[in-house]
Design a protein around this ligand. Structure first.
Ligand code: NAD
Length: 248
């Protein structure tokens, strides 16, 4: 425990697991108050309990605008102003483009792209001068990879949004950046594919990665905290955390 981020209020979408949870833990352990969101209140309550009294779980589906309006109202009541917003909720949809259905396409864009856009729009009024916004993109937004056309296109859209948001929010002294993870072992694959397919996908990622391993969520969390609070001369940028994968 330390007080590096004491007095800072943070909202993290998709904060009940994986990279979002690791970031919440890093920040709560450093004195911040954090609201984590997701689609299951039960999961969020369990996560908030593990984080301690400075964490609150609020059920809010990023693809449902009424949920985002309710989240903004709750955050205003609970936290007042916000000094860091981590727009992190997302799903993967790893499958060949030939077998990708309209339903998969629409859900991916509804959560990963539309959800991120309206999260920023609805919560921006609560951001204070000097606040940092971080959007989770993905290393695949800059490289081709089998089975990721829909997911990667959505993450490229987020990368682009970070640039435009950064221009529109700069007059208020708010910075907007993207964090771009490579393969991180979080369980996100297992949520949308069989264990066998996930294992094969993981083995391929390890083989092609210069560091020959997956990253862990804490390694991304440190980059997020840096971008949100410490990168005071950086906006509209992308911070890649991928073991060197996109440098090949
Ligand atoms: P994860 O599945 O643990 O986290 C995703 C979170 O988003 C979950 O908590 C989930 O409940 C939440 N979520 C999903 N749909 C939602 C919705 N409609 N509304 C609100 N919350 C929703 O996996 P993760 O790996 O920690 O993923 C976090 C982010 O990192 C995602 O945006 C993902 O695309 C991105 N990412 C992950 C990797 C990786 O290899 N794990 C690589 C690059 C980018």
């Amino acid at each position: 425990m330390n007080d590096t981020y004491g007095g800072k209020n943070v909202v993290i979408t998709g904060g009940g697991s994986g990279i979002g949870f690791a970031t919440a833990k890093l920040l709560v352990d450093a004195g911040a108050r954090v609201v984590i969101t997701g689609r299951s209140q039960t999961t969020l309550d369990a996560a908030a309990e593990r984080l301690g009294t400075n964490a609150l779980g609020v059920r809010s589906d990023v693809s449902a605008l009424p949920d985002l309006d309710a989240l903004a109202a709750r955050v205003r009541d609970e936290l007042g102003t916000v000094q860091a917003l981590f727009v992190n909720a997302g799903i993967t949809s790893a499958m060949p483009f030939a077998s990708t259905t309209e339903e998969v396409y629409d859900e991916s864009f509804a959560i990963n792209v539309k959800g991120a856009f309206f999260t920023v729009q609805k919560l921006a009024p609560l951001l204070s001068t000097g606040a940092g916004v971080v959007l989770t993109t993905s290393a695949v937004n800059v490289m081709g990879m089998e089975g990721t056309s829909v997911y990667a296109a959505g993450k490229a859209a987020l990368r682009s949004m970070a640039r435009s948001f950064s221009r529109e929010l700069l007059p208020r002294g708010i910075r907007v950046n993207a964090v771009s993870p490579g393969p991180v072992d979080t369980g996100i694959l297992e949520n949308t594919m069989t264990k066998e397919a996930a294992d094969q996908f993981k083995a391929e990622r390890v083989a092609e990665n210069p560091m020959r391993r997956f990253g862990n969520p804490e390694e991304v969390a440190r980059a997020v905290a840096f971008l949100a609070f410490d990168a005071t001369y950086t906006t509209g940028a992308e911070f890649v955390v991928d073991g060197g994968m996109t440098q090949l």
